[in-house]
Each structure stands twice: as C-alpha cells, then as structure tokens.
Ligand binder design. Structure first.
Ligand SMILES: NC(=O)c1ccc[n+]([C@@H]2O[C@H](COP(=O)([O-])OP(=O)(O)OC[C@H]3O[C@@H](n4cnc5c(N)ncnc54)[C@H](OP(=O)(O)O)[C@@H]3O)[C@@H](O)[C@H]2O)c1
Length: 290
C-alpha cells in the first residue's frame, strides 16, 4: 500500500517517519513544503497519480493558533481548501484518508470529556478552519476518517514541552495557566494509531467512510500540571506557579475544557492508549538522548 504522508516534517509526520520501519507492509512516502503543497491541487493530483498513492495521512496544517487570528486567509487555505484538495485527489483511487483535527473545534464549556457526537462551536479562526476541513472529509464519499487530537507535543518541532524546558533552564520561576484543562498527547502515540488503522486487519475490515474519532493520551491535566510534570521528570529546577487565563492574554481564545472521550477509537480499533505522564517520560528520555 503506497501511503502519502503530507506535512511530513512537522511533529506528527516526523513521529510517523520514526515508526515507519515497524510497518513494512506500508510503503510510506513523506512529503512537505516546498516539495508538495496541499493547496496546489494540480500538483497534488499529479503526485497521487504518478506515485500510485492508495492512502494519505494528512499531517499538513496551519497550526499557529494565535497567528491564525490575523492570517485567517492562509489558515483557511491550508486547513480547509487543502483538505478538500486531498479528498478530490483521492476520489479516483478508492484510497483511504486519515485527516487530523483538533479539540479547538469545541468551545470548552463542557464538564465531561467530549464525545464525537457532541456539538462543535469553535471560538477562534484556527478551530473554525479546522472544522471546515473536518466537514470536507466527513461529507465526502471517500473512505476517510477524521481523528481529533489535543495538546500535541513531540521531540520534534516547537511545542509546550520544549518551551517549558527552555524557559525552566533560564528562569527560577514560571507562571503557567491552571484554568485550562485538557490532555497532553505525545505525537508518537497518535502516529502509532494512524499506522495501525491503516495496517491492521481490524482496521482494514472497518469502512472508514465519514467516521470521526477522538484520540489523546489518557488522563486529564491543566497546563500548570503539565508544566510541573515536565520540570519534575526533566529534572529542571524551576518553580512553576499557577496563574489564570486572564493573566496570560493571547490573541486567540482557548477552550477552558477540552478533554476528549476516546472510547470509540479504543473499541473500533482495539487499541490501548498510554497515560499522559508515561508518554511524557518517554518523550523526555528521547529528547535527553538526542
Ligand atoms: N500542535 C498541536 O498542539 C495540535 C493540537 C491538536 C491538533 N493538532 C493537529 O494535528 C495535526 C498535526 O499537527 P503538528 O503539531 O504535527 O503540526 P506541525 O508540527 O505544525 O506540522 C505541520 C506541517 O505541515 C506543513 N504545512 C503547512 N502548510 C502546508 C501545505 N500547504 N502543504 C503541505 N504542508 C504544509 C508545515 O510546514 P511549515 O512548518 O513549513 O509551515 C509543517 O511541516 C494538525 O492537523 C494539527 O491541526 C495539533
């Protein structure tokens, strides 16, 4: 099976690349800007045809949540139009699409973990454009699924874990928001799930058409809890103080609660999901050994 991984140099794409050797039944082809732009339909269609692509894992996205408030046109182009291009390019091939979306499609006013059936109501441009991308897949007739995830980090790219480690080494004290609650997700765990969905027999028997899944690590944390764990496990001597969202204003509003319920993905694909702190330990060890 020839699988195109778009946005391959980002956090998720890089983790998929690291796992590729464990899935020798999948021929993974990694592409990112400037070689392959999902916003350029003709280029994309040509690539899919010429390389006999059967499936796509779309890791390409405009992920700068705050900048999206100003750059809404670019965010819309990549997160919405780009996804529609992937759907159109796959139409002729009968191939599968795994598209990744976000907890930011919710407004965060819930108090119990969000299910796939809960109504969406994004509160920022990024969430809006990602919702449009979801609909491009869900409303199409291709064999495609959307996996929503949250608070992604990895040993690759820029993310909260790396920022905390850097700031923690420079400062004695750091204020981190405690009134936003979600679940950190190690991109490697999500990468493994994407590859299992495409490779394992259970996954192949299930039609992916139009399905929506939630995936994060297990457990619940505030950004404050997450930062405390990073300092503790990473052996960084920095005092982390809890602060409120109002004391750390950002251009884009964030949901106060975005914990995802993962029952559906676990039941359909028979997977177990690691607890967030266990995965954080694994990622910090990888970073230490880099
Ligand atoms: N990061 C999070 O906390 C988070 C949380 C929830 C959901 N998600 C979702 O999870 C998925 C993976 O996120 P990630 O953190 O791995 O993202 P990432 O690290 O920002 O990687 C995205 C990749 O896509 C590339 N890209 C941007 N525009 C493109 C285009 N037009 N054509 C092809 N490639 C393009 C980027 O290149 P450049 O760097 O050159 O722009 C980058 O290499 C995304 O769908 C994201 O929305 C992320």
């Amino acid at each position: 099976m020839n699988i195109l991984v778009t946005g391959a140099n980002g956090q998720l794409g890089s983790e998929i690349r690291d796992l590729a050797d464990n899935f020798d039944n999948l021929n993974l082809i990694f592409k990112d800007l400037p070689d392959l732009d999902i916003c350029n339909f003709l280029e994309l269609e040509k690539f899919v045809d010429e390389n006999k692509i059967n499936s796509i894992i779309n890791c390409a996205a405009y992920t700068a949540v705050d900048k999206a408030e100003e750059d809404s046109a670019i965010a819309q182009k990549v997160n919405s139009e780009g996804v529609l291009n992937l759907v159109k390019a796959l139409k002729k091939t009968d191939g599968k699409l795994i598209h990744i979306s976000t907890d930011y499609v919710f407004n965060g006013e819930c108090f119990v973990p969000y299910k796939e059936t809960d109504p969406v109501s994004p509160i920022g441009v990024y969430g809006d454009t990602k919702r449009e991308g979801e609909l491009s897949v869900i409303d199409s007739d291709i064999d495609g699924i959307v996996i929503r995830t949250s608070w992604l980090y990895s040993s690759y790219g820029n993310n909260f874990v790396k920022t905390m480690l850097r700031l923690g080494k420079d400062r004695d004290e750091l204020g981190v928001i405690f009134d936003q609650v979600g679940t950190p997700t190690y991109a490697k765990d999500l990468a493994l799930t994407c590859l299992r969905v495409l490779s394992n027999s259970k996954g192949n028997k299930i039609s992916l058409k139009g399905k929506l899944y939630h995936f994060s690590n297990e457990g619940v944390a505030s950004w404050y809890d997450f930062a405390k764990a990073i300092m503790q496990i990473g052996n960084v001597n920095c005092n982390v103080k809890p602060i409120e969202t109002k004391d750390y204003p950002t251009p884009a509003k964030r949901p106060h609660f975005s914990v995802l319920n993962k029952s559906k993905v676990k039941n359909d694909f028979g997977i177990e999901i690691p607890y967030w702190k266990d995965s954080l330990e694994e990622c910090l060890l990888k970073l230490k050994n880099k």
